[in-house]
Design a protein around this ligand. Structure first.
Ligand code: C5P
Length: 252
């Protein structure tokens, strides 16, 4: 027996070598973190829920032409993805003031923004993911001006699509974080969407009550984290495997 090769371990996911060159296996952990890893817990079933929700969202995005790394779900916790050269940026898109933007500008949480705003943060845990400007991104060669344009256009498209998708099931998309990567074809690269889209990476509020259905339930000790993620999955109509989650199935 040989152990499969671990390529990278992050706070909530592990990447393993895939079965074919150019592929990886993305494993969703139950580990949940906040405040750059300072607060942590394992919430049984979270990885299963995020794997399923991210599969659903990425598949839907693919149908509207937003190319992304998702190939297929392999099992409860794993999906086959395209290997990309990750761009070291977190791309945050906001529709409503919340979280760090509310703190930074003294805006009440829940205040609608005049238009959707995109922010960039450098992906660097040691530095606490500092916010960066396009000037830094191009000067330090993290991405080219053309790549930034592509990333911003894709992010706004994802925002439009997700706002509609979630509002159709009674959920307001407050903000979310995306990550992108390069795929190479001979001498040419293009940018595709990578990582995950789940209640870990989005702020999702019930449209009627404004109840939080996302990682803020963990960050702010609001309780019922798994129940809220399950509710998001249920509303999206992807509940078939969820009883296993509630019973704490590890699934592999
Ligand atoms: O904390 P902040 O308000 O800047 O987060 C904006 C959005 O980006 C939230 O939806 C949050 O869940 C997401 N985010 C993330 N991972 C990070 C930082 C933020 O998914 N490391």
């Amino acid at each position: 027996m040989t152990r499969r090769k671990k390529i990278y371990e992050g706070k909530a996911k592990i990447l393993y070598e895939g079965p074919e060159p150019g592929t990886l296996i993305q494993y969703f952990k139950d580990d949940t973190t906040a405040f750059n890893g300072q607060k942590r817990a394992a919430l049984e079933g979270k990885g299963v829920l995020n794997n399923r929700i991210s599969e659903y969202v990425m598949t839907r995005l693919n149908t509207i032409g937003v190319q992304n790394h998702f190939i297929k779900r392999l099992n409860l916790r794993e999906q086959l993805i395209k290997e990309v050269e990750i761009i070291p940026l977190q791309v945050i898109c906001r529709n409503i003031a919340a979280g760090s933007m509310s703190v930074r500008f003294g805006l009440p949480e829940g205040q609608a923004l005049p238009r959707s705003i995109i922010e960039f943060c450098l992906k660097d845990d040691k530095l606490g993911d500092p916010m960066v400007a396009e000037e830094h991104i191009t000067a330090f060669n993290w991405a080219s001006p053309q790549e930034i344009d592509d990333i911003m256009a894709t992010t706004l498209r994802v925002n439009d699509f997700l706002c509609g998708l979630f509002s159709g099931v009674g959920i307001t998309l407050v903000d979310f974080k995306l990550e992108f990567g390069r795929v190479w074809e001979n001498d040419f690269s293009r940018i595709i969407l990578a990582d995950e889209i789940s209640p870990d990476s989005c702020r999702l509020w019930d449209s009627v009550t404004n109840e939080k259905l996302d990682r803020d339930r963990f960050r702010r000790d609001l309780g019922n984290v798994i129940e809220s993620y399950t509710e998001v999955a249920r509303r999206l109509g992807i509940m078939s495997e969820m009883p296993t989650v509630i019973q704490g199935g590890k699934g592999a």
